[in-house]
Design a protein around this ligand. Structure first.
Ligand SMILES: [Zn+2]
Ligand SMILES: [Zn+2]
Length: 303
């Protein structure tokens, strides 16, 4: 797909400057709830992260922008409790120097009401204007407690989401794909037609989601668990992955992602128990052989 080129207004010299407008994606956090390492966990991955053998990961959040380089409004997909330090790790999300208080965060999309996806909203309370949050009515209801806490600070301006594309400003649009107990978001650049799918919490592979996986240039997908019983290895009373609304990789999403013609296929929201995190593991090798990437904090994609 060719890069979108939009023409800017004449500059002072009277020349027409061509400006690139692209979809920029930045994985702020690639871990599931708890992060890597998780404070109370001594599984092989958490120990490896504590001893510097594998890179630590913060909790699931993604930044996306459809603006040209000089505008830079960013939308977040989920707001993790690690958000303040994720912003400090990404210069483009930090305040501009032309005023003392500002932010390039223009809004937050919530895929569900999980603590690891919503707690970061509370940490944006210093903002003056209300926070713009896109979510289903169910998510909004489940987050009534955050709503009432933030009402004493900046407040939340809730925005409806729908199954049809709606414009976000510029040439970028988005739509929601409803799933059992969560949603996925698909973003599209109307100029180039480039699309990116974000589905960090998937309990079931519905037909609509499968279609979107096959029709997107970039697919960022739920890689929480390798197998259904994975968590019970560290906590015997733990529920299965499917019961926790996460389709396991091995006998759930792997085949669909492997076969998708998407240019980039990336597992994110990876739980610290997942064997794909360990270099040299057969599970990681299987994923990589299939042309699927494993997200890490700081991963950038431009399309
Ligand atoms: Zn989560
Ligand atoms: Zn662990």
């Amino acid at each position: 797909m060719s890069a979108p080129v939009t023409l800017a207004r004449s500059d002072r010299t009277g020349l027409i400057t061509a400006k690139l407008r692209l979809i920029r994606i930045h994985i702020l956090g690639s871990a599931a709830g708890g992060g890597l390492p998780q404070w109370n966990c001594a599984c092989a991955n958490c120990v490896a992260a504590r001893t510097g053998k594998i890179a630590p990961q913060t909790q699931s959040s993604i930044a996306i922008s459809g603006d040209s380089e000089d505008v830079q409004r960013w939308f977040l997909i989920n707001a993790s409790p690690d958000l303040p330090r994720q912003i400090e790790s990404m210069p483009r999300l930090q305040p501009r120097h032309d005023s003392l208080r500002n932010s390039s965060v223009a809004g937050v999309f919530l895929t569900n009401a999980d603590i690891d996806h919503a707690l970061g909203l509370l940490l944006l309370r210093e903002q003056e204007k209300p926070l713009v949050v896109y979510a289903t009515d169910e998510t909004r209801k489940a987050l009534a407690w955050i709503d009432s806490v933030l009402a004493r600070f900046c407040g939340i301006e809730w925005r409806k989401i729908s199954a049809d594309f709606q414009l976000l400003g510029g040439s970028i649009g988005f739509r929601a794909i409803e799933l059992p107990r969560s949603v996925a978001f698909q973003f599209r650049d109307d100029t180039s037609g480039a699309t990116a799918l974000f589905a960090p919490g998937v309990g079931e592979l519905t037909d609509k989601l499968r279609d979107a996986v096959n029709a997107s240039d970039v697919v960022v997908f739920d890689g929480t668990f390798w197998s259904d019983g994975e968590l019970s290895l560290v906590r015997p009373s733990a529920r299965g992955a499917r019961e926790m609304n996460h389709l396991p990789i091995s006998d759930g999403s792997f085949e669909v992602l492997r076969q998708s013609p998407a240019r980039r296929k990336i597992y994110t929201h990876i739980n610290n128990t997942n064997p794909i995190l360990m270099p040299g593991s057969p599970e990681r090798a299987q994923v990589e052989r299939a042309g699927i990437e494993i997200a890490r904090d700081g991963l950038e994609i431009v399309l």
